[in-house]
Design a protein around this ligand. Structure first.
Ligand code: UN1
Length: 500
C-alpha cells in the first residue's frame, strides 16, 4: 500500500480540503506508487497562510540562536537518517544512490551552516557623526514567505529555502514539486521533530496552478522564492512586482565547459562526463555544451565517447547494481518526451547524432523513463539544442580555435548560471574568470557541485532577485530586511548634516 501523505498546517497533519489525492511514482519503475499526495487548493493555502501569519510574532521574537539550534538538530537527524532518506530520493526522484546521498548531504550542510548563522546574523555598528549618539544596523525578519521547490534536488533545494528563511525569523508556506512530495514531507517531519513550533512551517502539497499561484498571489504573503522553469519564474515575478512582494527566482541554465588544447585530457573528460550525464543531466548546472579547442578536439571526442558508451543506465536501487549505475531515469513521461523531442530537433537542425539518442528499455528499465547518454557533434551555436535548457543526458560538442571565441560562445546563450574551463595556463584561466558571464565559474572542475556556503545563482535569464544559498550576499540578504537604529543619548536636540 502506498503511504498516505498529508499537508502540515498550523501544527497538524491533515488531508487536502478537497479530500482528493494524486500519486507519486518511481520514475525508474512506474509500477511503484510511493505515496498518495493531498491535491490541495486555495482553501488549504488560505489556512496555511493564516497559520504562518499568526505564528510570525512569536517566531520572529524567538532568539535567533534558539532558531538556529532547531536547524542544527534537524541536521543531526538527517545525518542519522541519511541512508533511508537517500534511498527515498533514489526511489522517488530517480537519481543514483551516491548522488541521492549527496542530495541529503547538501541539506545537512545547509542546516548546520544556517544553524550557526543563528549566532551570527550580524549587522554593522559604525560611528555616528554626532557625540553621544550611536548608529548600527540589524537584520530584521520580514514576515510570511511562500516557497516553491523543484524535484531535481528534492531534499537539498528545500533546505536552501527553508533553513535561511527560518533562522532569519520568517514563517513559511511551502509547496514542494508534485514529483517529489514524499521527500519534502520527510524533511518537514524532521524539522517538526527538531522543535519547530506550530504554524512556523506549513506544507501544502499540490500543483502550480491550484497551490503555487494562489500562494504567490495571497495578499498576506510578503515574499516568494521559486526554483523551476524560466517561464513560470517570470510569471510569478510579474505577480510579485504588482503586489510589492520580494522575490527570488532561480530559473535555469545552459552551461558550458571550455576545454583548451593544454587541458589535462583525462581530467577534462571526467569533468565533462560528470557534468553532462550526472543526475541524468537534470541539473540547472548541467554541462550541456562542451566547447573544445581544435588541437585537442579529436582526442577529446574519442575519449569522451568511449567513456560515455560505458556508462550504465538503470534503476539506482537494483539489487547488486546500486553502486554501478551511472545514469538514472528522467523524472516523468512528459520530461522524457521533452528530451526525446530535443533530440529530434537537433537532428532536424542538422547536428550529427554521435552517440545514443534513444530511450533505454533493457530489462526492468522498460517500466521507467530512461534515455541513453547522447552526444551531438557538428553543433552550430545558434541551434536550439545549443541554446535551450534540455534537462536530460544530452551534450553538444562544439569546435573552436581560440580562447576568445570559446568564451564568446560560452556567453552567447540566454542563461548565465555556471561555466567551466579546463586549461593548465594560469593566464588563460584568469581571462576566463574575468570574461565568462555566469554566476558560478569553475577552473579545472565541472559546472556542477556548488557548495552551500556561497551564493548560488546566475546572470541573465538564470534568475531574478537575490541569490540562493550562501549567507551574507546570498539567501540571508533575501530573508532579512535592514533596520537601522540611531540612538541619541545626549539629552539634546542634535541635528545631523546641519551646520550650527
Ligand atoms: C540545480 O541544478 O538545480 O551545484 C542545483 C550543483 C548542486 C546544486 C544544483 N549543488 O550542481
Amino acid at each position: 500500500m502506498p503511504e498516505k501523505i498529508k499537508n502540515y498546517i498550523a501544527g497538524e497533519w491533515i488531508e487536502a480540503a478537497s479530500g482528493n489525492t494524486f500519486e507519486s511514482r518511481n520514475p525508474a519503475d512506474s509500477r511503484e506508487v510511493i505515496g498518495l499526495i493531498p491535491d490541495s487548493n486555495a482553501e488549504d493555502v488560505d489556512k496555511a497562510v493564516a497559520a504562518a501569519r499568526s505564528a510570525f510574532p512569536s517566531w520572529s521574537q524567538t532568539p535567533a540562536p534558539l532558531r538556529g539550534e532547531i536547524l542544527f538538530r534537524a541536521g543531526e537527524l538527517l545525518v542519522k537518517r541519511k541512508v533511508p532518506l537517500g534511498e527515498l530520493v533514489c526511489r522517488e526522484m530517480g537519481k543514483i544512490m551516491p548522488e541521492s546521498l549527496g542530495d541529503v548531504q547538501e541539506a545537512i550542510d545547509m542546516l548546520y551552516y544556517m544553524g550557526g548563522e543563528g549566532r551570527r546574523l550580524s549587522g554593522e555598528t559604525v560611528p555616528s557623526e554626532l557625540p553621544n549618539k550611536d548608529a548600527r544596523s540589524l537584520r530584521a525578519p520580514i514576515g510570511v514567505f511562500a516557497q516553491i521547490t523543484p524535484w531535481n534536488f528534492p531534499i537539498a533545494i528545500p533546505s536552501w529555502k527553508l533553513a535561511p528563511a527560518l533562522v532569519a525569523g520568517n514563517t513559511l508556506v511551502y509547496k514542494p514539486a508534485e514529483e517529489s512530495p514524499v521527500c519534502a514531507t520527510r524533511l518537514v517531519e524532521i524539522l517538526v521533530e527538531s522543535g519547530l513550533p506550530s504554524g512556523v512551517l506549513n506544507l501544502v502539497h499540490g500543483f502550480g496552478e491550484s497551490v503555487g499561484e494562489p500562494m504567490v498571489r495571497h495578499p498576506d504573503v510578503d515574499g516568494v522564492s521559486f526554483t523551476g522553469s524560466n517561464a513560470v519564474g517570470e510569471k510569478l515575478a510579474a505577480i510579485c512586482g504588482t503586489q510589492h512582494k520580494d522575490y527570488m527566482m532561480e530559473t535555469g541554465g545552459k552551461n558550458a565547459i571550455i576545454i583548451m588544447d593544454d587541458a589535462n585530457l583525462d581530467l577534462a573528460v571526467s569533468g565533462a562526463l560528470w557534468g553532462g550525464f550526472g543526475t541524468t543531466g537534470q541539473r540547472c548546472t548541467a554541462s550541456s555544451r562542451l566547447i573544445v579547442q581544435n588541437g585537442i578536439y579529436d582526442r577529446f571526442l574519442e575519449t569522451f565517447t568511449r567513456r560515455a558508451e560505458k556508462l550504465k543506465v538503470g534503476n539506482g536501487l537494483e539489487k547488486g547494481l546500486e553502486t554501478k549505475i551511472d545514469i538514472g531515469p528522467i523524472i516523468s513521461k512528459e520530461q522524457h518526451q521533452k528530451v526525446l523531442d530535443y533530440i529530434e530537433i537537433g537532428l532536424n537542425e542538422g547536428a550529427t547524432l554521435h552517440l545514443g539518442g534513444k530511450p533505454y528499455c533493457e530489462g526492468s528499465c522498460a517500466y521507467g523513463t530512461f534515455i541513453e547518454p547522447t552526444i551531438f557533434t557538428d553543433v552550430r551555436p545558434a541551434m536550439r539544442i545549443a541554446q535551450e535548457e534540455i534537462f536530460g543526458p544530452v551534450v553538444s560538442v562544439i569546435r573552436v580555435s581560440e580562447l576568445e571565441e570559446a568564451i564568446a560562445l560560452a556567453n552567447d546563450v540566454p542563461f548565465g548560471l555556471s561555466s567551466a574551463i579546463y586549461s593548465q595556463d594560469v593566464n588563460t584561466t584568469a581571462i576566463a574568470e574575468r570574461d565568462l558571464d555566469a554566476g558560478l565559474i569553475y577552473i579545472n572542475a565541472s559546472t556542477i557541485g556548488a557548495e552551500i556556503q556561497l551564493p548560488f545563482g546566475g546572470t541573465k535569464r538564470t534568475g531574478l532577485g537575490p541569490r540562493e544559498a550562501g549567507g551574507r550576499g546570498g539567501a540571508l540578504d533575501f530573508y532579512t530586511q535592514w533596520k537601522v537604529i540611531y540612538r541619541d543619548f545626549s539629552g539634546q536636540l542634535q541635528k545631523a548634516q546641519i551646520d550650527d
